[in-house]
Design a protein around this ligand. Structure first.
Ligand code: GLU
Length: 424
């Protein structure tokens, strides 16, 4: 079956094109009906808002904000809000579609969405961030809603911004509506276990994949690219299970210690130094890019998109890649990694632990009840393991990579639901 719109082949892939080319391959394996393909390839709604904010110096600065709902067929749409200078509509569209597939892979009743504001949170004061978050919430109050569209944190945002969002939304409706957003501070109805959830899912899927590869965690080495929320939790939890973390990196540089880095020390150091690892003495400094090419068993990219590309994929020596971030591997690099026999646990599976616990947060808010951290972890580990096994079996059945298998599982679920619900 051929599709009208083949993914453009370019040197530098943009995330939307990368996502679409995988979608297309999976759609062909599924023999997806062209009409359903056409429905699923476009977002159902794209909103762009202009947000004039009075900065601390009294000047008015104008920001552009986005919210893209890719699909709400499976339920209310779900996805984070990214604040970063690189935010653009194409990226938000890709990330929104990824959320649809992610929620479908782990079988939770949500569609996919993503929001973004082009700004630099690193140079903004708390007051400026608060005004920006509240103004974005006001601009989108008709879009958001516990049964419509439920935001969460993403790059550049965290519990603090989610608290402002929840408060602003609740003020507009004259009552406390905490189920409108997830990733809130625990006192405001956030879920225990949400902070570490994405990293925990990375650990669970990494161990499941290592079992398939017959890699003993107690003898395995691992490099983690990115030491933000996902990377640091993945490193801590993998380390706890015996995996030796020999390298990690933040934006500026990488750190290497053949004997294994003490992750708790690295986290403590980072917390004491405004989020930076510069000066950390538990490892040797190495150029950031070299981390990807270390001779380790497991590589966890947990930083930004498009770091494993057609230009460097051939230099990767890890046996297993577990994608903590969204879109770290460009579509054209997939084939190179497959040919090298490197197993990749794709982003839409590996980092779905975050949205899984977001789902639990939403459930708890709606129940007006609080689960223990133990219950949250037990249930999310089960979901992640089941999702991994399902994707693994699908890969064997269709003789495809885990990535294409994850897309097959997700697209099949969304397409079947669409067929039952029907359109106009
Ligand atoms: N931003 C996270 C992600 O990309 C979490 C989304 C959510 O919890 O809704 O998966």
């Amino acid at each position: 079956m051929s599709y009208i719109e083949p993914a453009p082949i370019k040197d530098k892939e943009n995330p939307l094109e990368s996502m679409m080319s995988r979608f297309q391959i999976a759609a062909e394996h599924l023999g997806l009906n062209q009409q359903i393909y056409n429905v699923l390839k476009s977002p159902v709604k794209q909103v762009i808002v202009t947000l004039p904010i009075t900065m601390d110096n009294g000047q008015i600065e104008v920001f552009e904000g986005y919210r893209v709902i890719h699909s709400n067929i499976l339920g209310p749409s779900k996805g984070g809000i990214r604040m970063d200078m690189d935010v653009n509509l194409d990226e938000v569209k890709a990330l929104a579609a990824w959320m649809t597939w992610k929620c479908a892979v782990v079988d939770i009743p949500f569609g996919g969405a993503k929001g973004g504001i082009k700004c630099d949170p690193g140079i903004m004061s708390a007051g400026e961030m608060e005004r920006l978050t509240r103004s974005y919430t006001m601009a989108l109050q008709e879009i958001f809603g516990p049964d419509r569209d439920i935001p969460a944190p993403d790059m550049g945002t965290g519990p603090r911004e989610m608290a402002w969002l929840m408060d602003q939304y609740s003020r507009s409706y004259g009552m406390t509506i905490n189920a409108v957003v997830t990733g809130k501070p625990v006192v405001l109805g956030g879920s225990l276990g949400r902070t570490e959830a994405t990293g925990r899912g990375v650990m669970v899927t990494a161990l499941a994949a290592m079992e398939k590869l017959k890699l003993n965690p107690f003898k395995a080495t691992c490099a983690v690219q990115g030491f933000g929320n996902v990377g640091s939790w993945a490193a801590l939890l993998l380390d706890e299970r015996g995996v030796k973390i020999v390298a990690l990196s933040d934006i500026s540089q990488a750190y290497y210690n053949e004997k294994g880095i003490n992750i708790s020390d690295a986290v403590a150091y980072q917390q004491a130094h405004k989020g930076s690892l510069i000066g950390f003495s538990g490892a040797e400094v190495m150029p950031a890019d070299e981390l990807l090419f270390l001779d380790v068993d497991v590589l966890v990219p947990a930083a930004v998109e498009d770091v494993i590309t057609v230009h460097n994929a051939k230099d990767i020596k890890a046996r297993l890649i577990v994608e903590g971030s969204n879109g770290p591997t460009s579509a054209k690099a997939d084939k190179i990694l497959n040919d090298l026999g490197i197993l990749s646990v794709p982003d839409i599976l590996a980092n779905a632990g975050g949205v899984t616990v977001s789902y639990f947060e939403w459930v708890q808010n709606r129940l007006g009840y609080k689960w223990t951290g133990e219950r949250v972890n037990r249930r999310s580990d089960r979901i992640m393991k089941d999702a991994f096994n399902n994707v693994y079996e699908t890969a064997l059945q269709y003789d495809v990579s885990l990535r294409i298998a994850a897309y097959i599982v997700a697209i099949d679920k969304v397409a079947k639901t669409y067929t039952f619900r029907g359109g106009f």
